[in-house]
Write a protein that binds this ligand. Structure first.
Ligand code: 6PG
Length: 246
């Protein structure tokens, strides 16, 4: 796998979930506070880590982040209905987005209930309709990404590395253990984002964080993900950064 060009990551050690949520809130406020009337496109990560962040943004800022210029997307979604506990959309909606009262056309849900191959095409077309393009790729303003202990990010898993280089903007992936189908943004799309923001917490991530950030182990998809020409920031708590070689 040829290493994809990307800017060197900035690593921020956070001491709490609230501090992480505050950092992300600050990014969103800076985005929507910019002059002009252009729209901003932010892709949310899935899994468990962002749930505390969503709850914090809801309880601390309520509708302050509600802005007609803000469009929300997902980096990946499980192929389940939006009411399913596995749905990344479900948790973002219930914990935060429902409070913002955004127009429905500002919330771009991956429809996990649709046939996966069709949904990958549909979502790419929705992105094409809304997100500005640079380098012939959609340019998200912020792409928030989690990290799996196997080094996956979004739903690009170590046994599906071709999803890093494909020309397709969205692809069908599958969880290597459960076989659960996923829809994921692909590597080139992730890397074309102005800001790629990794969030990883807990000791369980410490080994893979070291192997990615200190060893750039090419076997891990997340080693190949970072903004090509913008900012790549890793927010780690002390436990997730505890195995790093300083
Ligand atoms: C998903 C995610 C995935 C997740 C990592 C980390 O749909 O599961 O997008 O990439 O971010 O697996 O998940 P946790 O936050 O639960 O550790």
């Amino acid at each position: 796998m040829e290493r994809m060009k990307k800017t060197p990551p900035i690593v921020e050690i956070i001491t709490s979930q609230d501090e992480l949520a505050e950092a992300l809130a600050g990014m969103l406020f800076r985005l929507i506070g910019q002059p002009g009337d252009n729209t901003f496109h932010v892709a949310l990560s899935g899994g468990n880590t962002p749930r505390a962040i969503f709850a914090y943004l809801n309880s601390t800022y309520g509708r302050q982040l509600a802005n007609k210029r803000l469009h929300l997307w997902w980096g990946d979604e499980r192929c389940v209905p939006p009411s399913h506990d596995d749905s990344n959309y479900k948790w973002a909606w219930e914990l935060w987005l429902n409070r913002l009262n955004l127009d429905q056309n500002q919330i771009h849900r991956i429809c996990g209930e649709n046939p996966p191959e069709q949904e990958a095409i549909r979502y790419a077309n929705e992105i094409r309709q809304w997100v500005p393009v640079s380098n012939k790729l959609p340019e998200f303003d912020i792409n928030i990404l989690g990290l799996g202990e196997d080094g996956h990010t979004a739903s690009i898993f170590p046994d599906q590395m071709q999803l890093l280089e494909t020309d397709q903007w969205c692809e069908v992936a599958y969880h290597p253990q459960s076989g659960q189908k996923r829809i994921t943004l692909t590597g080139r799309v992730l890397n074309n984002s102005k800001n790629v923001i990794f969030i990883a917490t807990g000791a369980g991530k410490s080994k893979v964080v070291r192997q990615i950030l200190d060893e750039q182990n090419p076997l891990y998809p997340a080693s190949h993900v970072g903004s090509t020409s913008g900012n790549t920031i890793w927010f780690l708590d002390k436990a997730a950064s505890s195995a790093r070689q300083f």
